[in-house]
Ligand binder design. Structure first.
Ligand SMILES: *Cc1c(COP(=O)(O)O)cnc(C)c1O
Length: 442
């Protein structure tokens, strides 16, 4: 693999640098503070796992803009495909006059999503829009209204998906009212509840039966590995039991793979790790190398239950975004990036897998592929430690390492690096983070 920017951290100013600080001032006067930022460093370009800011500093990116640039920043093949498409045709609206790219993306999604049954897809603009459409499709197909999502879930920021998202703050506070018939049900969170998969599933099912009614429920939405919820990996057997319950009661099992899908966890889709075949799958973030595109894919009879005109949207499946997605699929297959994600898993396990033993502020480290979380606690307890998380993020950013926050208690340090990140960069970034973990451990 070759990169247009050296894959090394290199700082030439303090962070944020003078040019970033200037832009920050302009930003304050022009942009709503509601669009909060994690690190006030303005970026100029990037390649692979490195971002270069407007002052010329090279930073290690362990965030990928929340898991989007999985194949690396500004991938040359994606750039070439998008730019060729942009000078050919940029818009017709697929539902007015169709074009081949849209069909090709849908064909590819049918091939890579789990399940060897006939499938159909719809393409939209954002993850939240995909989830909303999955809700509409599930209700239409089942004739039922109730929708369940798991505790600690993140499904988006539109009015409907805000209500399916767990945290009141900052995602929801003060912005209701929300639509009805949406239920949050207990999940499996081994670090917190200590339950086995079957026991956690029994608790989820009992809640559904006693609060909603199995025959009333159209669909259960799950993130196979919860992203914003804190890289939560459910106990073994949890999803198998839930999927069996759903199948028995005519409830659609929907995997929201918007964050964990498209090669990130060392499989095309993270639900593959759990031996469950979902009825519907939502895809977005990493699907198009940084271009906006999202999809709902699922069983043909479910997806085709909707009347023509019942789902759609002006920009959905845009020609340029679909060209970028086709190039992204090609790069993943040609360069073996699913195996690269497995390499990143080994690199993280080897480098940070012992953090809980070495740093009392770390309660647990967990991850799959290029998706990792470290649960930060008050040393000697299991109490969430949001203060330590803030300090770690600030220290990392000031030293040229971009990391993410997560968790319902703002206490999970989250890493979503590109799957092309080198062992050297993982080591360098971990060393920077460890300086603050040591300080927070006393
Ligand atoms: C990011 C995310 C969404 C929302 O996607 P947007 O493109 O921001 O609307 C939904 N579900 C999951 C699991 C996500 O990570």
């Amino acid at each position: 693999m070759s990169f247009s920017v050296p894959q090394q951290r290199h700082l030439v100013t303090e962070l944020p640098g003078p040019r970033s600080r200037e832009l920050l001032e302009r930003r304050r006067r022009a942009v709503s503070r509601g669009a909060g930022t994690l690190a006030d460093i303005f970026m100029d370009h990037g390649s692979g796992a490195i971002l270069v800011d407007v002052d010329g500093n090279r930073l290690i990116d362990l965030g990928c803009g929340i898991g989007v640039t999985t194949i690396g920043h500004a991938h040359p093949d994606v750039a070439a495909a998008a730019s060729a498409q942009a000078s050919k045709l940029t818009h017709t609206l697929f539902t007015v006059t169709p074009y081949e790219n849209y069909v090709r993306v849908a064909e590819k999604l049918a091939e890579i999503t789990p399940g060897d049954f006939e499938k159909r897809s719809i393409l939209v603009n954002s993850g939240a829009e995909a989830v909303e459409n999955a809700v509409k499709i599930a209700r239409k197909y089942t004739g039922r209204r109730a929708i369940a999502s798991l505790d600690h879930a993140f499904h988006g920021r539109t009015n409907l998906t805000m209500a399916m998202t767990y945290r009141p703050w900052p995602e929801r506070a003060g912005m209701g009212p929300f639509p009805g018939e949406l239920y949050s049900v207990p999940s499996s969170y081994p670090f917190k509840d200590g339950l086995s998969g079957p026991d956690a599933a029994a608790r989820t099912i009992d809640y559904i039966v006693t609060h909603i009614g199995a025959s009333e429920l159209a669909a259960l939405f799950v993130e196979p590995i919860q992203g914003d919820g804190g890289v939560v990996i459910p106990a073994e057997g949890y999803f198998e039991a839930l999927a069996a319950f759903c199948a028995d009661h005519g409830i659609l099992f929907v995997a929201d793979e918007i964050q964990a899908g498209i090669a990130r966890t060392g499989a095309w889709y993270s639900i593959e790790h759990f031996g469950v075949v979902p009825d519907l799958v939502t895809t977005a973030k990493g699907i198009a190398g940084g271009f906006p595109l999202a999809a709902v894919t699922g069983r043909a009879e479910v997806m085709d239950a909707v009347q023509p005109g019942g789902i759609g949207g002006t920009f959905g499946g845009n020609p340029v975004s679909t060209a970028a997605a086709l190039a992204t699929f090609e790069v993943i297959e040609r360069d073996g990036l699913i195996a690269e994600a497995q390499r990143v898993e080994r690199a993280f396990a080897a480098r940070i897998g012992d953090w809980a033993a070495r740093f009392p502020v770390v309660g647990e480290v967990r991850g799959r592929g290029a998706m990792w979380g470290a649960e930060l606690v008050i040393p000697g307890t299991r109490t969430p430690n949001p203060g330590a998380l803030k300090a770690v993020i600030a220290h990392a950013a000031a030293n040229g390492v971009i990391v993410l926050d997560a968790g319902s208690w703002d206490s999970v340090l989250r890493f979503l690096p590109s799957v092309v990140i080198s062992e050297e960069l993982v080591d360098d970034a971990a060393s920077v983070i460890e300086e603050e973990l040591a300080r927070q451990s006393v």
